[in-house]
Design a protein around this ligand. Sequence first.
Ligand code: ASP
Length: 438
Amino acid sequence: MGVKVAKFGGSSVADALQIEKIRKIIEEDGAINYVVVSAPGKRFDEDSKITDLLYLCKTHIEHKIPYEQIFQVICDRFMAVEVNLGIDLDLRKEFDIIKKNLEEGASADYIASRGEYLNAIMVAAYLGFDFIDAASLVKFDEKGRFMESLTDKTIKKELANHEKAVIPGFYGSRLDGSIKTFSRGGSDITGALIARAIEAEVYENWTDVSGFLMADPRIIKDPKPISTISYKELRELSYMGASVLHEDAIYPARVADIPINIRNTNRPEDPGTMITAEPAKLEEGQIITGIAGSRDFTVIAIYKSLLSSERGFIRRLAGILEDNDITIEHLPSGIDTLSVVLSNKAIDGRLEEIMDEFDRQLKPDHMEAFENMALIATVGSGMSFRPGVSAKLFTALADAGVNIRMIDQGSSEMNIIVGVENKDFEEAIKAIYDAFVF
Ligand code: ASP
């Protein structure tokens, strides 16, 4: 049997009780040789994540507000876990180093990374595994750009010296040695990078839910779990807001064809979701794999006669957006019409400016902006080449009285995106779910 990599997220390592659970999982499995950990997360709803507290220390220092109390809360949490697990480490020495660096102006990335760093030292001691600092494995260039191939080589070389190890997630180092983190939730990426480098049999991602659900449980009551899904389908769902796994964690696993298994630390008996290269295995009669969506987009509809035969139109449009540092979400087009979908966050209050620029450079006959739009993606490779899927989807929305403002079907035919008004968002998701899931 091959070697497995397991990443345990914040809630799976939030306190001693959770860490005992992960030891049981690792011992019972026997093939998990490499473990990646997040910083301790929330133990209950109103609790704070260690990473958030670390960032808070940094902002307090920047604003010259005393930070010591917050830092003490962080130290106390680690010390309590140490005592409850019955391990004996010299964590105080580590706290002193971090505190000294904090006071000497260490970067936010360095401070934020210390949650994973301390936690990995502790979990390694508890499991009897080696500790490897991620700073020596995950590499970024001087501009902070991730160095894929150097990281892969470095991990391969270093891990060859360790049969079993615990590695902190979320961060690495620039070539000058300074610490650089991934974006929030980035321990998922570290786990995928380790799995890729050692060609793991599977990358297990342990969290507090039993995998992906077919829709957001805050909107649909008890949605069905997704037992299998392809990387591609998942990418579409994650992009549209399904957040269990960091979206950048998919690529390293996909290139090495390593299945990702999302598992629940609190219900290890559940099989979770298996993410592989093959399309989802669908049950009899099942057509879609999942539904996801996000609110707060703007659709700018542009009308111009003979637009389709005008050269450079899209290039000019894209140029205006590029100059304003705005990425295009979607670009559905008709014969003499084109809609451009942008996120309100990216527009950042500059809609009028952008439309003025469109007017000047594109000279449309007419232009209209629909703000406060939501996008909903209905995803599933089972939809491709199957007649009647869109009809069913649009009928369901029409029956629910939801007005569709935009439709975009990717060329892969495994994703139909509809734009509806923000106010219709939940209603639309319910209507689609009820039409396709029984
Ligand atoms: N601890 C980091 C965060 O809270 C990274 C992670 O947990 O993956 O974002």
